[in-house]
Design a binder for this molecule. Structure first.
Ligand code: ARG
Length: 579
């Protein structure tokens, strides 16, 4: 175990139990990092209350029985009954070595690995992916990587919108255009204009409307020719989505697609099961479920529509089928939905109905990993100058172009080939990091200059810190792996601070997992890079005074670079060795 705080926490918990026995149960024994010392324990105050004693006396008792000899130089009772702890340098050094020797750099594996289905990206066929899909893709991919990193079994599912009434008009429009022309339009990613033209015809021509309606019926009854045309639409759109995924460097593959259509066969069963559990009601001709606790603006019970008046199923119905499939076929115990905030109520209702029907319970959890909007400089939803939704591929191309300029300015000596590769890594990394580094619940402002800056909490800053460490080794012609088993000797304050940071990787990652919040890991990595920066300013590495000091510092540099690299990689961001 590498994080000193986690380590000391166990000793403190044991001491609490020794002092108070069962009364210590449920008392928060958390050890937190602190400005006054390395760490602080606040739990003695709550424990004192439970025991009816004075907090400072309890804190003193805890320290008397706590086994901290090998960990702390100093442990003191402070203020109303806090405990302040200062770690021994030898202890930090031991932990650094353990971390360096461990494959995951000190990160603990999940004690109970789970089977997790993560639903993310989920664009709609024949519609442009919008920035909301970008957020889902980037956040979902980071979480998929992080959850797998600590030993969970993670299944990615891309719940593409590939079914429903709009397909009637889309297929008829495809027939009008001719298959080749339609395919051309779609494969270059002109999904929106395809959709809009179809919609326009639908709104303007009754005859087209009738064709579209008839086509939906054919589609739902499984007519072979209609299905062939439908598949064409899906294939051309997913080809475009895959192109975006490759540019973004996310894990999603064609095999991860589990679109709405995949649940078709299950839909009648959803209705059957709800009917058997006596949950189904008829309301205005539709079959609905009234989930407890959901009301509309007029305070009337809000129905989840399962089957519409015309007999067609709904978005909610396929999401219910989806829960059944994920629980019963995939045997997942955690279902994550990385979907924008506007769908919160929909997902809450799906979860409530699934619980009531017994598909979800305390050991099968469904969590909405919600997120806010991407805003433009005007603080309104991000749009192009002409007011259209931003096309993702254009956005990513611009990111790489802008990064190319920034990189050329920073390091004009790079070869053209190196520049091009680095520009891709930096540009894409910047877009992803800007999205990941703010609390996902909040909106964030899309700002090219900020995200591509080499200063501040940005991908380029972190990538540069990593490249800088690589260049120390390159300049001195030292193999990185050769310094990994040196025992670090911590002398300088900045060195000590960096050591402490490096060792917090474990808790930063677990903190991220606890709240499904990648920005926590980002904040940690930023602090790590900042600590490295002041260490590097104050502590000569290659010109260290003694051989052992030099080796020690090289070891810490290497470990810092590995944590930066691993941390960024689990966020889905690449790190160049040179910038
Ligand atoms: N396709 C939907 C949209 O674009 C998102 C689907 C999210 N996943 C789900 N299981 N409902 O809004």
């Amino acid at each position: 175990m590498a994080d000193p705080i986690v380590y000391v926490e166990q000793r403190i918990a044991a001491a609490f139990a020794k002092v108070a026995g069962a009364k210590a149960d449920g008392i928060d024994t958390a050890v937190r990092s602190s400005d006054r010392a390395d760490a602080q324990v606040n739990g003695s105050i709550a424990l004192a209350k439970a025991m009816g004693l004075a907090p400072r006396d309890v804190a003193t008792k805890v320290l008397e029985v706590a086994d901290l000899k090998d960990i702390c130089t100093d442990a003191q009772v402070a203020g109303p009954g806090f405990i302040n702890l200062t770690f021994k340098n030898e202890f930090l050094s031991r932990e650094l070595m353990a971390s360096s020797a461990s494959e995951k750099l000190g990160v603990r594996n999940a004690t109970k690995p789970r089977k997790i289905v993560i639903d993310y990206s989920a664009p709609n066929v024949a519609k442009e992916m919008h920035v909301g899909h970008l957020r889902s893709t980037v956040i979902g991919d980071a979480l998929a990587r992080i959850l797998a990193f600590v030993g969970n079994s993670v299944l990615r599912e891309n719940h593409v919108g590939d079914w429903g009434t709009p397909f009637g008009m889309l297929i008829e429009h495809l027939v009008d255009l001719g298959e080749t022309d339609a395919a051309n339009e779609l494969s270059v990613g002109d999904l929106d204009s395809f959709y809009r033209s179809a919609r326009k015809k639908f709104d303007e021509s009754e005859q087209f409307q009738a064709r579209a309606r008839a086509r939906v019926v054919l589609l739902q009854s499984g007519d072979a020719e209609t299905l062939r045309l439908w598949k064409l639409l899906v294939a051309e759109s997913t080809r475009y989505f895959q192109m975006i995924y490759r540019t973004l460097g996310v894990l999603l593959e064609d095999t991860d697609i589990m679109g709405e259509s995949a649940y078709n066969d299950l839909l009648p069963q959803v209705v059957e099961r709800l009917r058997n559990s006596k949950m189904l009601t008829t309301s205005d001709g539709a079959e609905v479920v009234f989930a407890e606790g959901f009301v509309n603006r007029e305070n009337q019970p809000l129905p989840l529509i399962i089957r519409k008046t015309d007999g067609g199923y709904n978005y909610a119905t396929s999401d219910l089928a989806c829960v059944i499939d994920r629980v019963e076929r995939l045997n997942a115990d955690l279902l994550l939905y990385v979907v924008g905030a506007p769908q919160a109520q929909h997902l809450q209702m799906v979860a409530a109905v699934s619980k009531q029907a017994g598909w979800l319970n305390s050991s099968r959890e469904m969590v909405h990993v919600s997120f806010g909007n991407v805003l433009g400089a005007d603080k309104k939803m991000l749009r192009t100058r002409s007011g259209k939704a931003v096309k993702l591929d254009a956005l990513l191309t611009e990111a790489v172009e802008r990064a190319a300029n920034a990189v050329a300015e920073k390091n004009p000596e790079l070869s053209d080939a190196a520049k091009a590769t680095i520009a891709r890594t930096v540009g894409i990394g910047a877009v992803k990091y800007a999205d990941l580094s703010t609390d996902r619940i909040k909106d964030y402002t899309f700002d090219w200059d900020r995200m591509l800056s080499f200063d501040g909490n940005t991908a380029p800053y972190l990538q540069y810190a990593h490249a800088r460490i690589c260049s120390i080794f390159r300049r001195a012609n030292i193999e990185r792996a050769s310094v990994r088993s040196f025992a670090p000797v911590i002398s300088h304050t900045a060195e000590r601070e960096l050591a402490m940071r490096v060792l917090q990787f474990d808790s930063a990652l677990w903190d991220t997992i606890d709240k499904y919040s990648p920005h926590r890991l980002c904040t940690y990595l930023y602090e790590l890079a900042t600590s490295f920066s002041s260490f590097y300013e104050q502590c000569p590495v290659l010109k260290a005074e003694t051989e052992s000091e030099r080796n020690s510092r090289l070891m810490i540099c290497d470990l810092t670079a590995r944590v930066l690299q691993t941390g960024l990689n689990v966020l889905g961001i690449e790190v160049p060795e040179q910038m």
